[in-house]
Design a protein around this ligand. Sequence first.
Ligand code: NDP
Length: 265
Amino acid sequence: MSTFSQKVVWITGASSGIGEAFALELASHGAKLVLSARRAEELTRVANLTKLPASDVLVLPLDMTDIDSLPGHVKTVQQRFGRIDYVFQNAGISQRSDVADTNFEVYRRIMEVNFFGVIALTKAVLPLMLAQGSGHFIVTSSVAGKLGTKQRSGYCASKHALHGFFDSLRAETYDKGIRVTIVCPGYIRTPLSFSALNSEGKLHGRMDDNIDKGMLPNVFAQKLRQAVESEREEVYIGGTETYGIYLKRFLPGLISRIVRNRKPE
Ligand code: NDP
């Protein structure tokens, strides 16, 4: 029997890309799903693709930046399924702009979605998990959560911040049955670059080459499922770009040179 059989898994950013692929992967392993993001019609499309019976999937549209609404959404999930076993904190937006040009509001927006929304949802779910004596947060960081690159200053900062927060949470709650898996994807073929913000907060609106050549989301989702099953604390999934994380740790001068000599995309 699968680890995820009959487990309640709440996925944010479930309307496309990695979140969608993870929803399909876990549906095929017997999970009950809560699908969240802003676009209700896309969530319904994903719910239909899972082929789960209506009783096993809840479409729950939400905006991660509407922090006050999050405790109410937790209640909705609790009322529907009685418990929450996994929360995949995956919703996020990226950036394409140099520090010198970027409006301050762009930084705020990225932090609201990628960091403050994630903290708020975690704090809203945590009391229930503590009462259950079990629960598992899966968090989508990035290779950019381990090293800084050009034109991603706010994005890198938001993803680095997740590591600090969730490492602390893991230490505080491990003995209470709470687990944390942080995943750092490399390039994964999703529409992420379309919704990336430029210096003025407008949408980048196109597919980047590296992402276009990246790992397929369904392959990523399989590897992530295995990592979560093994209760890995931190996992890097992607192509050779993930080696950058090891270079940062063991040869920081080298990765610094590589990054500064690369043209931004
Ligand atoms: P997508 O653009 O396909 O997915 C992003 C998801 O986040 C969408 O479902 C989007 O749904 C949701 N989202 C964005 N803003 C909000 C918001 N304010 N409230 C609720 N949901 C929101 O890209 P990916 O699947 O690639 O991205 C998923 C995660 O993976 C992100 O955290 C990203 O940073 C990370 N990542 C991706 C990499 C890649 O190469 N693809 C590499 C490293 C990390 P909606 O618009 O319906 O709200």
